[in-house]
Design a protein around this ligand. Structure first.
Ligand SMILES: CSC[C@H]1O[C@H](OP(=O)(O)O)[C@H](O)[C@@H]1O
Length: 384
């Protein structure tokens, strides 16, 4: 993997300002290289990294150069394209690509998009037969997944914007205050985001909106990614510590919570970044609507009980004991732990459907129930 520090400070252009911005793309001059933004270095450095093998893709996902369920899925799909390039001329190319898929599947456990994207690309290869052009097929699937994700985000944006517009009208045009947790923004997807898509479209429609941005310890996807992309897009926002959300809701300073999701069960239980469940509890206690922006690619139709059946990733304790500094590569030790103070670092939690007001999907808004999801996605529900 090669890091490029652009000579000029890259300007992060959202789709609503730069028509074709993507968070993952094929190198414009070398179709055997996939490029991504190294999100670990944001907001201080805008660094483009090259992926030249499927193992580069595994590193990018596991070490969170890319993160966010939809982008993880897209990176996995593009990594299978790189595997197909590596497999050319090999005696058993199909076995090589299958090994790549298996290793990619193990890179992070919670976001179902990873498994969904890998299964989709591998199904395309399996049904194409032994003489198929694997490079062309994997590229076509990776490009389709990215194109579809942009449309999914826009669909979520349109349906979510209607919710924000409704609140704005109720407040006679006064500012609508949205609270979000982690980064379910354009940086977690191919563009527009999921939780941020309604915000961007509301801004474009001239609705007065403000965002409370949870910093989201320990990786600070809120302070380092969401705050940055909202600032780049000119969306008014305020950074808060994770534990402030309940206080704001108690004092009527939050009109709606919108978060993303990494995996949602067919009954509407939602796995999302650690701390989401606590926000939902505070929202329920203060009658604040709590919505989850839900791309259909994150629905796991095979499970119903999220608390019991969604695998929760535990990450390296150094994410808690250390913090990324300005250099982006320097880790600053914030606590001295050693053997005397063990650390546990659960990266996700599950919010039970009963605490969720509604799910904002690309096909519309529904209740966080099996009936709600089945009504919007009857074909997928039937196949489950
Ligand atoms: C809609 S995907 C965004 C989702 O992904 C984040 O997790 P991570 O940054 O660890 O990949 C977080 O759960 C966001 O809500």
């Amino acid at each position: 993997m090669v890091d490029h520090l652009p000579g000029h400070k890259g300007r992060y252009i959202l789709l609503n300002r730069g028509e074709n911005f993507r968070t993952i793309w094929l190198h414009p001059d070398d179709d055997q290289t996939v490029q991504i933004i190294d999100q670990r270095r944001l907001p201080h450095e805008y660094t483009v990294s090259d992926l030249r093998s499927y193992r580069d893709g595994i590193t990018a996902i596991a070490e969170m150069l890319v993160r966010g369920a939809p982008l993880i899925g897209a990176t996995a799909a593009w990594s299978l394209y790189l595997a197909a390039l590596e497999a050319r001329g090999q005696r058993d190319a199909a076995a090589f690509i299958q090994t790549a898929a298996d290793e990619l599947a193990a890179s992070r456990p919670t976001a179902v998009n990873l498994r969904w994207a890998l299964d989709r690309v591998m199904h395309r290869l399996h049904t194409a037969g032994p003489d198929a052009d694997r490079v062309a097929l994997t590229r076509a699937e990776a490009e389709a997944i990215c194109d579809e994700d942009v449309e999914i985000s826009l669909g979520i944006g349109r349906h979510g914007r209607a919710l924000i517009e409704e609140i704005s009208k109720r407040k006679n045009g006064a500012t609508v205050n949205v609270l979000t947790h982690c980064n379910a923004g354009s940086l977690a997807t191919i563009n527009w985001g999921t939780a941020t898509a309604p915000i961007y479209l509301a801004q474009q429609a001239g609705i007065d909106v403000h965002v409370w941005v949870d910093e989201t310890r320990p990786r600070n996807q809120g302070s380092q990614l969401t705050a940055w992309e909202l600032a780049e897009s000119g969306v008014p926002h305020t950074l808060i510590v994770d534990n402030a959300g309940g206080h704001l809701m108690q004092h009527g300073m939050v009109d709606i919570c919108i978060t993303g999701t990494d995996r949602t069960t067919r009954s509407g239980d939602v796995a999302n970044k650690i701390g989401t469940y606590l926000k939902a509890l505070a929202a329920a206690d203060n009658n604040v609507p709590f919505y989850v922006a839900l791309p259909s690619t994150t629905i796991d139709w095979d499970i119903s009980d999220g608390v019991k059946d969604i695998p929760i990733e535990e990450r390296d304790s150094r994410e808690v004991s250390h913090i990324w500094g300005r250099s982006g590569s320097e880790l600053l030790e914030v606590v001295t732990v050693g053997e005397r103070t063990p650390i546990s670092n659960f990266a996700f939690d599950v919010t039970p459907a009963r605490l969720i007001t509604g799910l904002i999907t690309e096909h519309g808004v529904c209740a966080a129930t099996e009936q709600g999801l089945s009504s919007l996605f009857p074909e997928q529900a039937k196949r489950a």
